[in-house]
Design a protein around this ligand. Structure first.
Ligand code: ZN
Length: 310
């Protein structure tokens, strides 16, 4: 069975490029910085009223700027730390007070040490710190995920939810259990009506679900349901990957995830093997969502997640 769980070379390539790996090797941090191309990779999108979205390689960053200072959600990779801090400094000289990690993956938390050096406190769900401090088997990638250096671990963690009162906003950090990983949070700026979904929301792409890291398709679907309770037609939604989205975009992705789940469950109930399901090409009508997770990998992730939840 295990061979069915292993991904294709394309997805292993994803691990090599670091898009979803837990962190960059610490020993090579300096080398990576030196090897980074000088061109500006990180772009800032102004969302209005002191809110910004930083796009570019790695997970999308959310930034709130105001009288209390700077509040940051996720921080991409360490090799972009200078650019990230530079973009923020282009907006304000105010101190970076908090950096929230939506989950443990290195493309969302890789610059934690750099952000701490500026004086920021890094905050996340308990399981983010737990995952960063442990080694575990990633069967999907066929490799061991090593613990990362302690300088990257969050300083402050919470077991369920947390609320920040910052820059005149009520900022709710809501834990969505066993979704993309086992330590996800979505961040809702209530008054500004802006939601950062972390990697619970891949906009326009099939999602990676880190089953080895405690994620599940059912949890991803539940996280969309939770998010849809929070937002309205005016909400701005920052996905973990992809451009700025709205409620309609989130609803569309939610429907897709539900459809994937239903189709795979129906096939399992019929007695189909994973190979049978793959041969049937049950996600052909969603081919446009294929990216680093293609439609076959999506079926493999969904199939494994559903079987492991039973
Ligand atoms: Zn991720």
């Amino acid at each position: 069975m295990l061979k069915h769980l292993l991904f294709t070379a394309a997805v292993i390539g994803l691990a090599a490029c670091g898009a979803e790996t837990t962190a960059e090797p610490q020993a090579s941090k300096t080398d990576i910085k030196e090897a980074a191309t000088p061109k500006q990779d990180i772009k800032t999108q102004d969302l209005g009223d002191g809110f910004y979205m930083l796009l570019g390689p790695g997970g999308n960053i959310g930034v709130s700027v105001g009288e209390d200072g700077v509040f940051v959600i996720d921080d991409k990779f360490s090799r972009f730390a200078d650019q990230i801090i530079g973009q923020i400094r282009g907006i304000t000289d105010a101190p970076i007070r908090y950096v929230i990690n939506t989950h443990y993956h290195g493309d969302h938390s890789g610059a934690n040490a750099d952000m701490k050096e500026t004086g920021a406190v890094v905050v996340a769900h308990d399981n983010v710190r737990k995952r960063m401090g442990m080694s575990f088997e990633n069967k999907a990638f066929g490799r061991t995920v090593d613990a990362v250096d302690e300088t990257l671990w969050p300083d402050l963690t919470y077991s369920e939810n947390a609320t920040f009162h910052f820059n005149g906003q009520t900022v709710q950090a809501i834990h969505t259990p066993n979704a993309h990983t086992d330590g996800d949070s979505i961040l809702f700026f209530k008054e500004a009506n802006i939601l950062h979904m972390g990697d619970n929301f891949f906009f326009g792409l099939f999602p990676y679900i880190d089953v080895d890291g405690g994620g599940s398709l059912a949890g991803m679907i539940a996280s969309h349901e939770k998010a849809l309770e929070l937002v309205n037609d005016e909400s701005k939604i920052i996905p973990g990957h992809g451009p700025l989205a709205d409620k309609g975009d989130l609803e569309k992705t939610y429907e897709m995830l539900k459809t994937i789940e239903k189709r795979v469950i129906d096939e399992i109930k019929r007695g189909a093997s994973l190979d049978d399901i793959l041969k049937k090409d049950i996600l052909a009508d969603y081919a446009e969502y294929s990216s680093f997770i293609d439609k076959d990998n999506m079926v493999k992730i969904a199939h494994r997640s559903i079987l492991e939840m039973q």
